[in-house]
Write a protein that binds this ligand. Structure first.
Ligand code: ATP
Ligand code: MG
Length: 238
């Protein structure tokens, strides 16, 4: 692990290129940016732009073809980099595209997984999980199975699971994909206020342009694997 100070970026992506195979167009081309502690950043771009590829590289799930990522003190590059990916995962909250709840576990059991793998004491697990489910309006669904939930409710449960351990970094791939605009807005507001309280950095991929246009956050736009825009959007110029 690399030692870090408060002022260092929490994520630093340098000239990252990803080519999935011989003869393929690059999914990412020389992508560079930094994220600082407490920043909330939207990652946008059309289907196939490279958003999921980028998020997977940040999590060490895929290797860049060239370039490197320094993330929470871990160095990831074409050679695979950091040996301690488990530490990186434990300090990150992840919502994957499609949500992926475990279908043979209840809502409550799904939510507490993130604390169980981190060995939290049982009363603390119960307190946090119930408070979070209450906040998301899902406490009465605590003992439901995922198949008994709507698509949007499943995403809320996936979100609850991703943040229950108060991670330093939240990486979310389309967490609002199945939600109506109001519910999506509520979820984003919840993520934002929670992240603010904990000084957590959030990188959130979305197609939901209404949301992105509404709020004064930093937006990184990918097109065909390249960053074409990286700036703070002003509320009034939606
Ligand atoms: N495992 C893979 N093998 C080969 N090519 C891949 C693989 N995964 C993704 N790609 C390609 O990489 C490019 C970027 O895909 P990616 O999933 O990162 O896009 P995305 O921006 O997340 O799109 P969406 O908005 O639809 O989720 C696409 O052209 C896709 O075909
Ligand atoms: Mg994607």
């Amino acid at each position: 692990m690399i030692s870090q100070t408060e002022m260092d970026p929490i994520v630093s992506v340098k000239e990252v290129t990803k080519i999935y195979g011989k003869g393929y167009e690059p999914a990412l081309s020389r992508v560079s940016f930094e994220l600082h502690r407490g920043e909330f950043v939207y990652l946008i771009g059309p289907t196939g732009a490279g958003k999921t590829t980028l998020l997977h590289i940040l999590l060490g799930l895929r290797k860049p073809t060239s370039g490197y990522v320094d993330i929470l003190g871990h160095h990831l590059d074409a050679s695979g980099g950091s040996k301690d990916i488990r530490n990186l995962r434990l300090r990150t909250g992840v919502i994957f595209q499609g949500s992926y709840l475990l279908n043979d576990k209840t809502v409550y059991e799904n939510v507490i997984m993130s604390l169980e793998v981190r060995d939290y004491p049982v009363p603390e697990v119960k307190r946090r999980a119930e408070a979070m489910l209450y906040k998301l309006g899902l406490l009465d669904k605590k003992n439901f199975m995922p198949e008994e939930l709507s698509g949007g409710q499943k995403q809320l449960v996936a979100f609850a699971r991703a943040i229950l351990h108060e991670p330093e970094l939240i990486i979310a791939d389309e967490p609002t994909a199945n939600l109506d605009l109001n519910t999506a807005r509520e979820l984003i507001n919840t993520i934002q206020s929670l992240a603010k309280n904990m000084n957590t950095t959030v990188l959130l991929a979305t197609h939901n342009v209404e949301l992105v246009a509404e709020m004064g956050n930093r937006v990184i736009r990918l097109e065909k694997g390249r960053i074409v825009f990286d700036a703070r959007k002003v509320k009034s110029f939606a």
